[in-house]
Design a protein around this ligand. Sequence first.
Ligand code: ADP
Ligand code: MG
Length: 256
Amino acid sequence: MLQVNSVTKRFGGVIANSDVSFTVDEGQIVGLIGPNGAGKSTMFNMISSIFPPTEGSILFCGAKIDKLPSYKVAPLGVSRTFQNLQVFKSMTVIENVMVGQHMRTKQNVAGFASMLLGITKNERKVYEEAMEVLQFFHLESVFDQKASSLSLGKLRLLEFARAYATRPKLLLLDEIAAGLNHSETSEMSALIKKVRDTGVTVLVVEHDMDLVMSICDKLIVLDQGIKIAEGTPREIQADEAVITAYLGAEVEEEAI
Ligand code: ADP
Ligand code: MG
């Protein structure tokens, strides 16, 4: 489904990604891991066409997407969440999800505005679909609350719900469990699997190793922009280079 071929990204003198290649098969949950500054978010930004690679190519379902503007990539079926949440704080929870659906149904702005007023039959349908998405993410009880009133845990669920509401083929989740407590993280793991089971392929960037190791079919490890390993969670946990660059450091942090 996704092919990243020898991708390099330079920002002036900084090499954020250096000759990185990997693939994601349909139906997989793949984890992209590595220390801060490894180039994970930069890779997500290129897959979602926020900016192009300096070198290399990215193919989605066989089509080259690395030179397309992001508004043309989203309708192909690529959706994402952002590490620094992108929910609309002044809108309600359900309105945020309806914005996601709106991207899919491609109604114009006037249509969207009247949809929010909730009058016609079609608008009713959009509202009901949004409610179903909220139920899926356990957010139905806060559907009419302003996003600004939500806890971090619920905000992360809303960011996830909004990206899912576009009905993507490929969903990129950037640190979706950051700052969550143990039970919220477990809930997030279960939801990621539930989303995959609805037919969505998932690429996750995540520091929580319990989450990554328990849900991913395959892991790709970046360090200072370079891919240092790729394999199953079991293989990665035993990989010397990964332990030195990343997992070892994490164990030390936990000990402190
Ligand atoms: P990660 O998500 O793995 O923590 P990033 O992809 O955010 O890492 O960053 C990788 C490197 O690229 C860092 O050195 C960062 O400062 C740099 N970088 C990322 N985005 C930009 C940008 N838009 N402009 C300049 N440098 C950037
Ligand atoms: Mg990042």
